[in-house]
Structures are given as C-alpha cells and as structure tokens.
Design a protein around this ligand. Sequence first.
Ligand code: PMP
Ligand code: GLN
Length: 382
Amino acid sequence: MQYPETKLPNVGTTIFTEMSQLAAEHHAINLSQGFPDFDGPLALLDRVTYYLEAGFNQYAPMAGVTSLRNAIGMKVERLYDCQVNPDTQVTVTSGATEALFAAIGAVVRAGDEVIVFDPAYDSYEPAVELNGGRVIHLALKSPDFSIDWSQVKAAINEKTRMIIINSPHNPTGSVLAATDLDQLEALVAGSDILLLSDEVYEHICFDGAHQSLLRRPSLAERAFVISSFGKTYHTTGWKVGYCVAPAALTVELRKLHQYLTFCTVHPIQLALADFINDYPEHYLELPAFYQHKRDLFCELMAPSRFSFKPAQGTYFQLMDYSAIAPDMDDVTFARWLTTEVGVAAIPVSVFYDCPPEQRLVRFCFAKDDQTLKQAADKLCKI
Ligand code: PMP
Ligand code: GLN
C-alpha cells in the first residue's frame, strides 16, 4: 500500500507537546507549555458540577448556548463599547484553536495570501496551507517586537485575503497600541482584506487597556475576533473559546464549525455563562493577578545572567540567554535547561519562518508563586 504524501511537510509534533513531554520525563519544573499549575475558581467548578448533575449532557446548540453568547455580547459591549448581536455574530467554539481553523478555512482560498507576523503562534500557517493559501511572513521588529507598518503596506497586493494579528502576543508578550490600530485602519480602508485577531490573552494586558479590534467599527466590520476561556478562567483543558464576527462572516464560520465539531461541551458553556455574569470581577482583576506574577518572576530573575524586559501582556516572559550560552541555539538551550537544570522553556526560533540571530527562550509564569521561586532558584545558578 502506498500512503499519500503528507499534506503538511513542514509540520511535526508541536513544540508544546515536545517540551512538556521532556519536562515530565526529567521531572523538570514545566515553564514551557502555557497553562496554569493552579485551578479555576471554585464557584465556576461548582457550576460545572451542577450542570453535569442536572443532566445537561447532550448536544449544545450548534452556535453555542444562548446564555453564554449573551454573556459574551454584554462583556464585549462593556469592555470595548461594541454592540454585537449574540444570535448572528457570536459563535462558541471548542477552544480558540477551533475558531482559528474555522475562520481561516471559511475564507482562505487557493492562491490567497495571508500576512502573518513572526514569531507567530504555530496553528495559523497549517490552516492557511491546508486551504491552498500562502503565508507571507513579516518579522516583528526587534527589540520590542512591534509591527513595521511600512513593511505591511509593501506586502499587500491583490492576492492578500487576510492579515492575522495577535495581541497580547504569544510568544513575545508585546501588545498593540492604539496607534497600531490607526495604522491598520488606514492600510485596509477601501480594500476587501479580512482580519483575524487572536485576542486569547485579552484580559492579560498590563500597562494600559487591551486594544481589541472590536473597539474600531471599521476594523470590526472585517474581522474575526477570537478569544479563549481557557486563558481567562485558568481552565486550558476545557477547550472553550469563541469568535465574534460580522453576521456575513459568522454564517461562513459556522458552516465549518458545524462539521468540525458541530458544538462545544454543553455543561461547561452553561457554567461559564453563569460565572461571567455573577463574577465579572474575575476578568476585571485578571491583569493585576498576572501582573503580580510577572513582577515576582522578573524580581526573582533579576540576579540571574538572563536579560529581559518585562512582558506587556500574556503570561509569558521572554529571556535572553546570550550571557550564559552565546554559541548555543535556542532549541538546544531549551532542551539543556530542561534535562540538566530542571526548568523547561520554549525556544522562540520555532515560531519563525526565518529565525533571526537571537538567543531567546520563553517562560510561562502562570504558576503558583512557590513554583516560580523554585524555578528562579535553579535558573539563577547557571
Ligand atoms: N492563540 C494563542 C496565541 C494561544 O496562545 C493559544 C493558547 N494555546 C491559542 C490560540 C489556543 O487557545 P485554546 O487553548 O483556547 O484553543
Ligand atoms: N498556547 C499554549 C502555549 O503557547 C499551548 C497550546 C498547545 O499546547 N497547543 O504554550
């Protein structure tokens, strides 16, 4: 039997799986894959138990339960002053990952170009490629990982179907400013270019308000805006996310969503709706919660030989190790850190098409203070 050639020749097992496995094998403190080592709020867990026991264990409505779509609509209006119709513009998905795949699959056609900024989250490119599109990689500017808008302008042509942005940004922790949205508005005005805005860390933005595309009607009218409850409620394993998009784009997104998964886990959607309505302070206080962890980690790492600038958003901190191992590439360094030092990290070069000469690894600080102290203790010794 001759098996078909792979459709994704450049894809292997993700770096997150690889590093978490290595961390487990070597009993290293896992600051690689992004997930908290603490649990979601008790009141939320209680609501899930309630709905499980109350028998909400069959299919949920395809687009998501009404109470959760309404809660998302109200949150978006409160935070971003954006009115959306929950029936026609909000879709609950099985994680942001599914929403990204469905949004890209809904609109990208053979020959289309999609602009992506490197270092880029790993799931965008395979989705574009599977739909016959081509990713145009533009590198974020060092050292602050900002977008070079003149480069974007030069890259846009009649084949440009979509621009994918991600703020707060994984893996660098940079955030877009209001002036970036001004530039984006000017660039896409009068065109049919679509936007995909990965805002899964919308509530983990430290120095100033999160610049959601939903704040700007001229951007929102062409955007799929995607978020994840996994990040906001410390429940990455539940895989519940959502997409807000104009009605016409939502119709197309749902055509894919209904055949990818049809619907998303029912009792958890109901529980999330209650919790969002009853405890809005959870997402309002999340920036302060994670800022404490960022500041603690940075303070603990100050005596180390790593150099860094505190992240502006996300629960990731980049660190430059050139004073420790100037000649070691980051994949080797991350593996060495895991197996020999006992702290797992993510190498940054894997998120680039053409990695620049830099010596950076990413640490996840969504961890108990004690875990951060133990990790920093080991990292300060090298
Ligand atoms: N986008 C980015 C930038 C992420 O960091 C993640 C987190 N894994 C996702 C999308 C996917 O989110 P989810 O776990 O809800 O699928
Ligand atoms: N988004 C998480 C990270 O960046 C990982 C998600 C995954 O493992 N697919 O670490």
